[in-house]
Design a protein around this ligand. Structure first.
Ligand code: BMA
Length: 371
């Protein structure tokens, strides 16, 4: 068993307070799954932060497609509190996403994670609608501009693609058939230029218009189970102003995020810390000023070359930030050097266990206690 969590039945007490006059209460509309998730993530951020991992239960360091397996659980006995999945290739109506995870498996795993009390998030490595290349294919003139221009054939294409992403997210249901609230962070890492929607490939206005179009299509379809996360990366972000350069607006965004990786082990530590401070520092400041949530939406150190990474690098440098979750990337099953979470026997396991046992890091069993 890990740690305790204080659950103060504060809301129950509050709800039972009555005013001096007894008036007939107007029926309240039921909260949407998205609204419930917002309240829950806010509550989570008061206890610490949920630990997350990409594709955590689909495959791992030396295995793939083994039901309920998970490298993190093999190490510490518990599932990550957050699991990220990717929608790449949903736009082509494929049965599997870009790393071959079947969408059916994702749908099942999201429901299982919900039953455990955990949370699911989604990124989207959408293909280039002009060249048909992958997300990293930045060829083609003004692809985003064409996507957001009415009458352009790419506008029709992207509308269909976004519609497919919306349909998939809307199809995520619990056992009672109710939609499961999830976080969606489209058009991520846009302050860099490696994706076709990146900074050098579109204007500020076109990027914002792409977000607006995405949001509008979800609204038109009545998708009520999404919290929207904005997640710039370390490139071109030094402060709040640069963090917000392409911010699509308070009416769309719920979570201020950031994707920052640690490169070059010990040698690159100071740079990583500085980038965390720039990006996650800005995210937390904006979130506080605007009454929104903050999250460290992607991080990690490929191959975890520092044995003490979890405690001395990650925890030590994020503890000051009130993020609701911190998520690392995937453990590839077909590339032994491409992993971001420990697996049994890895040299960083003792540091990970210390991280796991720290009262501030929240895994699935902890989240079960935070309603
Ligand atoms: C990258 C790598 C790739 C993967 C892609 C999309 O960071 O992990 O191997 O295909 O993300 O998940």
């Amino acid at each position: 068993m890990k740690k305790f969590l204080l659950y103060i039945p504060f809301l129950v007490a509050l709800a039972s307070c009555s005013g001096t006059k007894s008036t007939e209460a107007a029926p309240q509309p039921e909260a949407t799954p998205a609204e419930e998730l917002r309240v829950r993530l806010d509550s989570i951020s008061r206890h610490g932060f949920a630990f997350g991992m990409h594709d955590a239960t689909a495959y791992g360091h030396t295995w793939a497609w083994v039901e309920d397996s998970c490298d993190v659980r093999s190490v510490c006995g518990d599932y990550p509190g957050v699991m990220n999945w990717d929608l790449g290739l949903v736009e082509w109506a494929c049965a599997k996403e870009l790393d071959s995870v079947p969408f059916e498996l994702i749908r099942r795993e999201v429901a299982k994670q919900d039953r455990r009390g955990g949370i699911s998030t989604f990124s989207w490595h959408a293909r280039n609608p002009l060249t048909k290349g992958d997300s990293w294919n930045t060829d083609g003139e003004q692809v985003v501009h064409q996507c957001v221009t009415e009458g352009n054939p790419l506008n029709d294409t992207i509308k269909v693609w976004i519609g497919r992403a919306a349909d998939f997210i809307g199809s995520l249901r619990d056992d009672s058939g109710r939609r499961i609230g999830v976080v969606f962070r489209p058009w991520h890492e846009h302050t860099g230029s490696w994706f076709w929607w990146g900074r050098d490939h579109c204007s500020v206005d076109d990027y914002k218009a792409l977000w607006q179009l995405t949001y509008d299509i979800f609204q038109e379809k009545g998708i009520d189970n999404v919290l929207w996360a904005y997640s710039p990366d370390k490139d071109n972000v030094a402060d709040v102003e640069s963090y917000l350069e392409r911010y699509p607006g308070d009416s769309i965004v719920d979570i201020l995020g950031g994707d920052v990786y640690h490169f070059d082990g010990e040698k690159g530590k100071d740079v990583y810390v500085e980038r965390i401070n720039n990006v996650i520092g800005a995210a937390c400041q904006v979130a506080k000023e605007r009454g929104k949530l903050a999250a460290f939406t992607e991080t990690g150190s490929e191959g975890i070359p520092m044995d003490n990474w979890w405690t001395d690098v990650l925890l030590a440098n994020i503890e000051q930030y009130p993020v609701c979750y911190v998520s690392v990337w995937r453990n590839a099953h077909d590339n032994p050097r491409h992993f971001y979470a420990p697996y049994p026997g890895h040299a960083s396991v003792p540091s990970f266990m210390e991280f796991y046992n720290d009262g501030r890091t929240l895994f699935a069993r902890d989240l079960e206690q935070i309603k």
